[in-house]
Design a protein around this ligand. Structure first.
Ligand code: MN
Length: 612
């Protein structure tokens, strides 16, 4: 071999660890000395150690010397050896490890690459530390190991911008980078990457412009706000921000939340991350009350803060659906705002403007001249399609189920039913809605993610769906019949001055307690029977408890939120609160004022306009 065949490399200024090769010889510069050897820089950012046993002669700082790379250790440290060659050729090394977009890593398995992005999560396992990195194209887990259970790169923090160099591996069918080096980017480097990620995240989060499933003027007017929510949710997914969806625990609320759940879970899977990311980055939870109670925010906050501390997760985005739009939610928003938790609301309850200052976005048909007939399940499904159009085949029947579940009388109900009529008749939709209500009663505070998928026929097991729904409907109807046979004989009728028929049922003493159907649904069932028994008549039913009353109306245009506000002022010491829709709702009071409050309430109902 000719001596002038020996190649010596000079590392370019922008090269990083991925450009350094073991056994190659490089031009280096002595940086400093330790008692075990000397440090040699291969360029401004990469240096290695020549152990004193591998030094050939004395040097001083800034001397140019030749070094051979003996090995690159897993932690990124480079072991060098001084070499002395008289005749050689120098070849410049240009940066070959230009950063790779995360979405392209699938084509680089087995290769050493560099990625740049933001640290979205830092999770310490009993083995390596797992850093979740996001860039403009996706999410990637990076494993870094110093010692079992010991935090690697303790200087790297959540939300830092970093450059990671490491090998792309496949573990359990998941891509993972085993880090050789993680460096925090500072100053201009950080700004450049942040701006780049920000810009393309913004574009990537923008929902596609797809038409609604049905023709609806009201929902068309809501489209800009729906797109706004879809964009916020997509962005949360792309930045590995956990999402909590809270919903009213009835068929409508469940349909809305499940539609969004399907869209979000699929999007999390598509954009990378752990195989179980859809479990720790997404949570669906029913709210017992028809609003976001302090109990709910307290639980959500408690879990989020613990996840933040234990697993290095970001604080969540909270999506409220079929609740969230009234002043009853305000105490919870106030608590959440202490922790800067962002909220979006998808609701069809009559909204109070005072809560909008706590929300990033709020879709509500009342904002655009619509009403509760456009149910949360319809809105949630349309927003889910904007979040992730790919899930449409799974969820397109949910608005029909929601519409019949919430007894919508809007024209959209018939349109959504017609949309899926080849697969789901109106009766089937009613059965599914009833099965959801019944199952949620037994689930209590649990979301029952997989059971609910079977009930809604989105788990790909139609036989199981059919058997389960049939069984649940049978169970629900048996219990409803029991309840009705106990309470119907105790219904007290009254005629109101506006010509409406009023029916009172004391659900506290004339109905089974702590069982299905609960007081609200019991009153609804009673109301349905009375409407049938009194065709052509305007009907109001009040289910009375010790300190609450549940209201249902047909053709009597009472405004429940307004009546509650007035009674609160007119009856001092009544302890009155409540809300709901214009014609379905509830009112709370103190037990000792029950008769006074009820008489005043009935008086107001008697003054309400009647319209067929
Ligand atoms: Mn609803």
């Amino acid at each position: 071999m000719q001596q002038d065949d020996i190649l010596v490399f000079r590392l370019g200024a922008t090269c990083d660890l991925a450009d350094v090769e073991e056994q190659s010889i490089y031009v280096g510069k002595v940086q400093g000395f330790a008692n075990f050897g000397m440090f040699v820089q291969l360029n401004e950012r990469i240096k290695g150690l020549v152990h004193k046993s591998n030094m050939k002669m004395e040097h001083k700082e800034k001397d140019t010397i030749l070094v051979k790379v003996r090995q690159i250790r897993p932690n990124g440290n480079i072991d060098l050896e001084e070499v002395q060659i008289q005749v050689y050729q120098v070849q410049n090394v240009d940066r070959k490890s230009t950063t790779v977009p995360i979405a392209d890593l699938v084509n680089r398995v087995g290769k050493t690459v560099a990625i740049e992005g933001e640290v979205a999560q830092i999770k310490q396992t009993s083995g390596p530390t797992i850093f979740t990195i996001i860039d403009e194209s996706g999410t990637q887990n990076v494993a870094a190991f110093v010692e079992a259970g010991v935090r690697a790169y303790p200087e790297v923090e959540l939300n830092d911008l970093v450059k990671v160099v490491g090998e792309v591996m496949k573990r359990n069918n998941q891509l993972q980078i085993e880090a050789d080096a993680i460096a925090t980017l500072e100053g201009d480097d950080a700004t450049t990457v942040r701006v780049r990620i920000e810009k393309s995240l913004d574009a990537r989060s923008e929902p596609e412009n797809i038409p609604l499933l049905v023709r609806s003027d009201v929902m068309e007017r809501l489209r800009p706000e729906m797109k706004k929510i879809a964009k916020i949710v997509r962005r949360a997914v792309f930045t590995a921000q956990p999402i909590i969806i809270r919903h009213h625990a009835d068929a409508d609320g469940i349909c809305s939340a499940v539609a969004i759940e399907q869209a979000v879970v699929a999007l999390i899977r598509e954009s990378g991350g752990d195989f179980d990311a859809d479990y720790y980055l997404f949570k669906r939870a029913p709210s017992k009350a028809p609003f976001y109670e302090i109990e709910d925010i307290t639980r959500d906050l408690d879990f989020s803060l613990k996840d933040h501390v234990r697993f290095g997760q970001k604080m969540p985005l909270v999506v409220l659906t079929d609740n969230g739009s009234t002043e009853e939610d305000e105490p919870s928003y106030k608590i959440a705002s202490v922790y800067d938790i962002p909220f979006v609301v998808i609701d069809h309850h009559h909204p109070d403007a005072t809560i909008d200052k706590y929300l990033l976005a709020h879709v509500n048909p009342y904002h655009v001249g619509g009403d509760f007939g456009i149910t949360a399940g319809m809105l949630g499904t349309e927003i889910a399609r904007l979040i992730n159009p790919g899930v449409e085949p799974l969820i397109r029947h949910l608005p029909a189920v929601a519409g019949v579940g919430d007894r919508s009388e809007a024209p959209e109900r018939a349109l959504y039913l017609a949309l899926v009529n080849d697969q789901y008749s109106e009766d089937m939709c009613k059965n599914i809605a009833l099965a959801l209500d019944y199952e949620q009663f037994w689930l209590r505070f649990n979301d029952g993610r997989e059971i609910v998928k079977d009930i809604l026929n989105i788990s790909g097991k139609p036989d199981r769906h059919a058997k389960l729904v049939a069984l649940l409907v049978e169970g629900a109807n048996t219990m409803i019949e029991d309840q009705m046979s106990a309470c119907m004989p105790h219904v007290v009728p009254r005629d109101l001055s506006n010509g409406a028929k009023l029916f009172l049922i004391d659900v506290e003493i004339h109905a089974h307690k702590f069982t299905f159907p609960p007081p609200g649904k019991t009153s609804g069932e009673v109301h349905d029977r009375l409407c049938k028994a009194n065709p052509g008549a305007p009907v109001v039913t009040i289910g009375i408890g010790p300190d609450f009353a549940v209201l249902r109306s047909r053709w009597v245009l009472m405004n429940i939120p307004k009546m509650v506000r007035e009674l609160h002022i007119e009856i001092p010491g009544g302890g009155i609160s409540g809300g709901g829709h214009l014609v379905v709702g509830s009112i709370k009071f103190v037990e000792g004022m029950r008769e006074t409050v009820l008489e005043a309430l009935i008086n107001k109902i008697g003054g309400a306009q009647v319209q067929k």
